[in-house]
Ligand binder design. Structure first.
Ligand code: ZN
Length: 131
């Protein structure tokens, strides 16, 4: 298993981790199997989306924030309920297929660590299983 440490710089941010995932898969030497990426945080997540136009990521973050505002009639005393909700909406785990030693991602797909309560230092786990 690989443990990644990620330093985030904004309250809401997508960080491209595609290269880290690919490089761990190649290190693991598995030719056919599965790769799980897991984020052990309640105010962060992981998603797959377009890797070409950075405005797509910007639009996702902007739209999420318009749907889930920072301040609303929340009960959680820490004041970051929006971050918790975004984390649940996006999710904290993705599974990928590995064939011939390669992750099966579409040409325009990238894997993104999603920060919703930064800046912070975060952890992410990558586990590869297979033969
Ligand atoms: Zn909280």
């Amino acid at each position: 298993m690989k443990k990644l440490t990620i330093k985030t710089h904004s309250q809401n941010e997508f960080i491209d981790i595609t290269h880290d995932v690919r490089s761990y898969i190649s290190q693991a030497g598995v030719s056919s199997g599965l790769c799980t990426v897991f984020v052990p945080h309640t105010t962060a997540g992981v998603t797959v989306n377009e890797n070409a136009d950075p405005n797509v990521r910007k639009d996702i973050l902007k739209y999420l924030s318009s749907l889930i505002p920072r301040k609303a009639d929340f009960s959680h005393s820490e004041g970051n309920s929006d971050s918790h909700i975004k984390s649940s909406v996006i999710g904290c785990e993705k599974t990928f297929i590995i064939e011939e030693g390669q992750i099966l991602l579409g040409t325009w797909q990238g894997i993104y660590f999603c920060e919703f309560d930064g800046p912070r230092t975060r952890t992410l786990f990558i586990k590869v299983t297979g033969a």
